[in-house]
Ligand binder design. Structure first.
Ligand code: PMT
Length: 232
């Protein structure tokens, strides 16, 4: 079944599967050796996508920020900590892959400096100067040759409008918009509800459902696009 699928869907790797790159989890941006800025991403959505893609027979490389999940079977995992490390890990893999799922909740900013020793409490207030992190997805989308680029958008308001703006601004082919304002759905938890949107105007809501089912739905919808020439 997996090989029949790969033939139907376009590009094939040496082993017959589609080459798939997934990022997952948060990034950590350290202030000193023991303190960092991060977010609540658990990695569950990205790991579920990696697992379901491997079950389809795709070759899967998973680049993950710090999470406590066990790697899915038949998936090669690369563990990173910061956004800068994530970019360094994904860039060479992007050239190899046929499809990128950028599920990671990458920090947009990092402290301008990381203290070499644990910071001491000296004042009542502490100001931290932050600098922009690279936008990994936007950077990769600009480098693409044949890759299908799928991003995610975690929004707490104006879900589809904000996601549609990111789809265009970052040069994606697809975006998975998820509402993180509702209890029990989105970040950190087991279930999700999404709207899958494409650059050609497709709009498909799905869920609420366990992240494994959401992952299977996304793969089912986007697989026909893998291997097609880049949009631009
Ligand atoms: O890990 P879980 O607990 O299962 O939660 C899953 C999730 C809610 C984190 C996931 O479904 C999700 O929405 N991931 C994207 C979260 C996010 O960072 O969204 P964003 O709107 O800030 O970013 C838009 C896209 O740009 C994302 O694909 C993101 O990976 C990418 N990005 C963002 C910032 C940055 N510096 N570089 C990026 O590549």
């Amino acid at each position: 079944m997996a090989s029949a699928f790969a033939v139907r869907s376009g590009r094939k790797s040496a082993s017959g599967g589609i080459r798939c790159l997934v990022t997952a989890g948060p990034t950590r941006e350290y202030l000193d050796p023991v303190r960092f800025l991060s977010n609540a991403s658990s990695g569950k959505m990205g790991f579920a996508l990696a697992e379901k893609a491997a079950i389809l027979g795709w070759e899967v490389e998973l680049v993950s920020g710090p999470v406590s999940l066990r790697p899915p079977r038949n998936v090669r995992i690369h563990r990173v900590v910061s956004a800068v490390e994530m970019l360094a890990a994904v860039e060479p893999l992007f050239r190899w892959c046929d499809i990128l799922f950028m599920v990671a909740a990458v920090a947009d900013y990092r402290p301008a400096e990381c203290a070499s020793e644990k910071m001491k409490k000296s004042k009542d207030r502490l100001s931290v100067k932050m600098v922009r992190n690279p936008d990994i997805l936007k950077h990769l989308a600009a480098l693409r040759t044949h890759q299908t680029v799928v991003g995610f958008a975690a929004e707490s308001q104006h879900l589809e409008d904000y996601a549609a703006e990111k789809l265009v601004r970052k040069g994606m082919d697809w975006i998975v918009a998820n509402d993180i304002s509702r209890p029990g759905l989105g970040m950190e938890v087991d279930d999700n509800e999404i709207v899958l949107m494409s650059s050609s105007g497709v709009r498909m809501p799905f869920g609420p459902a366990p992240k494994e089912e959401v992952a299977a739905f996304i793969l089912e919808q986007v697989r026909g696009a893998v291997g097609r020439p880049a949009r631009k």
